[in-house]
Write a protein that binds this ligand. Structure first.
Ligand code: ZN
Length: 98
């Protein structure tokens, strides 16, 4: 959805106008003051991207960053990382507390 900037000869403001498509009819009056003396500014066209499009355009490295920031918390992985499947040695058990 394109946003065009218009310069208004009535109120002198530059206004952003959303158009449903690039072929949509141009506004006939200033949305601020209603003046018909409105002219498209030859500055920029901004396209509003959908969240879906933005997601699709994300750099794939972000996926890896997300993966790296959310470690595998499955029980199998925890048991493996902390070697919980092996019996504790005497030292690891520690001295009994009384
Ligand atoms: Zn105006």
């Amino acid at each position: 959805m394109p946003i065009y900037e218009y310069d208004c000869g009535g109120c002198g403001k530059r206004v952003d106008v959303f158009l449903k498509s690039v072929n949509a009819a141009e506004p006939s009056a200033c949305p601020q003051c209603g003046s018909p003396r409105i002219q498209r500014a030859i500055s920029k066209v901004v396209f509003v991207k959908s969240a879906e499009t933005k997601l699709a355009e994300l750099d794939p490295k972000y996926d890896k960053m997300i993966d790296a920031s959310s470690p595998d918390l499955s029980m199998d992985n925890i048991i493996k990382n902390y070697q919980l499947d092996k019996p504790l040695t005497r030292d690891e058990r520690g001295a009994p507390e009384f």
